[in-house]
Design a protein around this ligand. Structure first.
Ligand SMILES: [Zn+2]
Ligand SMILES: [Zn+2]
Length: 395
């Protein structure tokens, strides 16, 4: 079985699906229309829906004619709260909301997978679950809820796989790697509380602006001095606010930080040291340091054996071995597919969607983001191939 040609024939249909979602984007936890379009599509094609009661996430099941394992494929379906600046016929019709991460493409590609596998289910051993997952872009994320509500059970899912479009990769290429594939991403809100006063009489105050300067410098030593140099870690202070006028010493300074890591041990170390720096700052500067931490998605860890045995060979059948790239290192972005990979073996790969000649190169989460829609059929074919071949190999 090879899905290249049948997927290619779905090209126009998948483009229509994607453009419909693109022009009607919905933000995380609000994907009402998107979810109902998916439900109707599954019903129209006679595909069973597993009711898991987890927000707007939808799970389809294609049961093969023969018994076997169950393989799950996931597409996220949500958009971002930002305006679209592309002037295209399928431009967002929801003011201030845009499919700027390509999840419209993921959804369309998974609908393609549904059509491809549903048409060969009489030859299929085992089942395929289609995870149309809501709310990837917003913590706590939709994947966690799906796991908690039993998406990986009834029937028991043996392996999971997903793809994310990437304009850094030309259309027609696909990339996979074993090991970490996305970072744990946690958020801190810090408040340094000093004692305000007149800028001319600093000795009568506890100046939180000066303390903040040292505090940030000390935080930066965690990555440079405490984390092993070969490990990945990031502490970025993305926001700082305090004070109002040159001669007034502020009462407090607030900061927001993102803290990222590719390993659970490093993640623990970062949090431990941040708390120590907070406590040490209080003693050293006679101030108060308050913090709130929001733990984000965990590290996404791909199964190297699965990548070599199933993902790479499946992609090679579709785009040719020369177009399958082995990713050697992880980015520091976050991705809630990590929750599925905490539970089951599998992988999350990159689907080439860039095209320099057509001017498609803007990165995700930008207002000019778009994809080369030829990635829809290559993505659908790769996922369908991996699912079918996995079930065939494990029957
Ligand atoms: Zn995103
Ligand atoms: Zn995304």
């Amino acid at each position: 079985m090879n899905f290249k040609q049948p997927a290619f024939e779905l090209k126009d249909k998948l483009t229509r699906f994607r453009r419909d979602f693109h022009s009607h984007p919905e933000v995380s936890f609000c994907e009402e229309r998107t979810s109902s379009v998916i439900r109707k599509f599954l019903q129209d094609n006679g595909i069973e829906i597993q009711e898991i009661n987890s927000g707007y996430s939808v799970v389809g099941i294609i049961r093969g004619a023969y018994p076997g394992k169950t393989f799950a494929l996931r597409a996220d379906i949500d958009a971002l709260p930002m305006p679209e600046l592309n002037e295209v016929p399928y431009k967002s019709q929801n003011e201030g909301v845009m499919h700027a991460c390509g999840h419209d493409g993921h959804t369309a590609a998974l609908m393609g997978v549904a059509l491809l596998l549903n048409s060969v289910k009489d030859q299929m051993h085992g089942n395929v679950k289609l995870f149309f997952q809501a709310a990837e872009e917003k913590i706590p994320g939709g994947a966690k809820g799906m796991v908690e509500h039993g998406a990986l059970e009834n029937p028991y899912v043996d392996a999971v796989m997903g793809l994310h479009v990437s304009n850094a990769l030309p259309v027609g290429k696909v990339a996979f790697g074993g090991g970490p594939g996305a970072a744990a991403s946690d958020t801190y809100r810090f408040k340094i509380i000093g004692k305000g006063g007149h800028g001319a009489y600093p000795h009568a105050t506890v100046d939180p602006v000066v303390i903040a300067a040292y505090f940030i410098t000390n935080l930066q030593t965690i990555v440079s001095r405490n984390v092993e140099p070969t490990q990945g870690a990031v502490i970025t202070i993305g926001s700082i606010h305090g004070g109002s006028k040159e001669n007034i010493i502020a009462d407090e300074v607030e900061m927001l930080a993102t803290v990222r890591s590719l390993d659970d041990g490093v993640r623990d170390l970062l949090h431990k040291r941040i708390k120590e720096v907070c406590a040490g700052t209080e003693v050293m500067y006679n101030c108060k340091v308050e913090y709130e931490v929001e733990m984000g998605y965990p590290v996404l860890v791909n199964d190297g054996d699965f990548v070599n045995k199933y993902a790479i060979p499946a992609a090679a059948k579709i785009v040719g071995a020369e177009n399958v790239i082995e990713s050697k290192k992880s980015g520091m972005g976050g991705e809630d597919f990590a929750y599925f990979l905490q539970q089951r073996p599998g992988c999350f790969g990159s689907l080439g969607s860039g095209n320099a000649e057509k001017g498609i190169s803007a990165g995700g989460h930008t207002s000019k983001f778009d994809i080369d829609e030829d990635c829809l059929w290559t993505g659908a074919a790769t996922l369908a191939q991996a699912a079918f071949d996995y079930l065939e190999a494990n029957k």
